[in-house]
Design a binder for this molecule. Structure first.
Ligand SMILES: NC(=O)c1ccc[n+]([C@@H]2O[C@H](COP(=O)([O-])OP(=O)(O)OC[C@H]3O[C@@H](n4cnc5c(N)ncnc54)[C@H](OP(=O)(O)O)[C@@H]3O)[C@@H](O)[C@H]2O)c1
Length: 257
């Protein structure tokens, strides 16, 4: 559990901080007095956000433009942080991409890039940055998954499989590290209005608020929003798999969420 008082004057690394949920979370953490390291590919957007957040909230904000799907990017980020003497209190693995459509119509190179980002970079950043938190006996790792991680999602199949990995990995890591003092939690948004999903119904700010509440909690997994939590529970755990797949296929083929 991490409280607001523990966040003040400490550093959070937020990946995917140039838009959407990551940008909203960066805003919220800066408002709580956290210094930030913002990571994404868009250098211009990151520099703008860094200048604005540090001016408005009086915190230090470092922008690091990186393509986290590059094989050596997580290690380069960890080295940059170490070289600059930045102790990471909170790591938020939020950067993610999705592709829609039937698996067999998909581009294998795009699938690889999605897995490299959603799965590999998240895993590597966690394993690179969390040991120092464990050594200090405090800190937090928040991994952003999706309600799609709770059920196989036709037409978002590879994406939902990457998010199922994130849900599974994070909960296992939570169990492995419970007694270390480091908070580990997976937060799963449902459809959220961002550049990734312009039709989303929740706001990025609402998801950011859920992440901050999740930091203050103790359980391994949080779904953003009551309706999304109910959907994940029903489709992931209660309904027979044939039925949940049939309904999910109809809804997702229409591209409504
Ligand atoms: N929106 C939804 O409906 C929804 C639902 C469930 C889960 N989620 C999850 O929430 C997280 C945030 O998504 P969002 O909706 O806020 O999407 P978004 O607005 O598209 O933001 C994605 C962020 O990831 C960064 N990013 C993408 N590719 C990258 C790469 N190769 N290297 C480094 N950064 C990269 C993007 O910045 P650059 O383009 O500048 O690199 C951007 O900052 C994702 O993990 C997503 O899967 C979203």
């Amino acid at each position: 559990m991490i409280t607001a008082a523990q966040m003040r004057d400490k550093f959070a690394v937020v990946t995917g901080a140039s838009t959407g949920i990551g940008a909203a979370l960066a805003e919220r953490l800066a408002a709580s007095g956290m210094h930030l390291v913002l990571v994404a590919r868009s250098a211009g957007k990151l520099d703008e956000a860094a200048a604005r957040l540090s001016r408005q909230h009086g915190v230090t904000v470092r922008a690091v433009a990186l393509d986290l799907a590059d094989a050596d990017a997580p290690a380069r980020l960890a080295k940059t942080l170490a070289d600059e003497g930045i102790e990471v209190e909170i790591l938020v693995n939020n950067a993610g991409v999705s592709t829609r459509g039937p698996v067999l119509d998909g581009d294998p190179a795009r699938f690889r890039a999605m897995i490299d980002l959603n799965v590999t970079a998240l895993t590597e950043l966690t394993t690179l940055l969390m040991p120092a938190m464990v050594a200090r006996g405090h800190g937090a790792v928040v991994n952003v998954a999706s309600t799609g991680g709770y059920l196989p999602a036709p037409h978002l199949a590879v994406y939902s499989a990457t998010k199922a990995y994130v849900v599974s990995l994070t909960q296992a890591l939570w169990a492995e590290t419970r007694s270390t003092g480091v908070r580990v939690v997976v937060v799963s948004p449902g459809p959220t209005k961002t550049p990734m999903n312009p039709r989303g119904t929740r706001s990025a700010e609402a998801v950011a608020a859920t992440v901050v509440r999740a930091l203050a909690g103790t359980g391994p997994a949080v779904v953003d929003g009551r309706l999304n939590a109910l959907t994940a529970f029903l489709f992931g755990r209660v309904l027979p798999r044939r039925l949940s797949l049939a309904v999910a296929r109809r809804v997702l083929a229409r591209g409504d969420v």
